[in-house]
Design a protein around this ligand. Structure first.
Ligand code: ADP
Ligand code: MG
Length: 229
């Protein structure tokens, strides 16, 4: 298969903030391509701009200059409604903290984004059950987030992020709050899902062991995205 269009493409992306009156240049023309079926680790020190980059890639923030293309679609001219629709259909996000809705069961948390998108309750439940099963959580569907372990909560958050079949998964230190063994388990679930679904994943992490197992590693240097060996 010829894949001429990356799932995610950043072109000359710039982002700067003001800090105590001084300009803080986070991105200065960053270039990046993320291809379907690929998992890429984003490894950089705290404060380097990992979250900023993920928010721009996830259409949660606009860059000061440059383009973000999702499935080949340029998002620069899109209004907020169009960006939200594209984000909902094509991008999944996983945060360091799970952000599951506490009043709802694991199953319902995975069903909700699908129902917001227009699927019937039965369709959403079928897909949610499949995902829970795939992530080793079949017996946990009826439990609320507070009744789950940290690793289980993150696996449910991953299931929710991919429930609508996005082409891009962005994760911001998804195992940052977990002990090493649990992090390993969650990470294995994440990479298995990437391989099984042909997702493209960009995952910010401090964990070099986990990063070593991904297809590519990149860092932020001088406002650019640089490949690591
Ligand atoms: P990381 O996720 O790698 O720790 P961030 O992307 O959160 O880094 O932040 C990068 C830098 O940009 C930090 O110095 C942070 O303080 C600054 N920054 C992030 N967002 C804002 C903002 N909205 N306003 C001002 N400064 C910000
Ligand atoms: Mg961050």
């Amino acid at each position: 298969m010829i894949m001429s269009t990356p799932a995610l493409y950043l072109h000359k992306v710039e982002r700067r903030f003001q800090e105590a009156g001084e300009p803080l240049e986070i991105l200065r023309g960053a270039e990046f391509s993320l291809w379907a079926g690929q998992s890429v680790a984003l490894v950089a020190p705290s404060g380097a701009g990992k979250s900023t980059l993920l928010h721009i890639a996830g259409l949660l923030e606009r860059p000061d200059a440059g383009d973000v293309l999702v499935e080949g679609q340029c998002t620069r001219q899109m209004n907020d409604a169009a960006r939200t629709a594209l984000r909902r259909n094509s991008i999944g996000f996983v945060y360091q903290f799970h952000h599951l809705l506490p009043e709802f069961s694991a199953l319902e948390n995975i069903m909700l984004p699908q129902m917001i998108r227009g699927l019937t309750r039965a369709e959403a439940q079928g897909r949610a059950e499949q995902l829970l099963d795939y992530l080793g959580l079949k017996a946990r569907g009826r439990h609320r987030p507070s009744e789950l372990s940290g690793g289980e909560q993150q696996r449910v958050a991953i299931a929710r992020a991919v429930a609508n079949g996005p082409s891009v998964l962005l994760a911001d230190e998804p195992t940052g709050n977990l002990d090493p063994k649990t992090a390993d388990h969650v990470f294995a679930a994440l990479t298995a899902l990437v391989q099984a679904t042909g997702l493209a994943a960009l995952i910010a992490t401090h964990n070099m062991d986990l990063a070593a197992r991904m297809d590519r590693r990149v860092t932020l240097r001088g406002g650019l995205i640089v490949e690591l060996a």
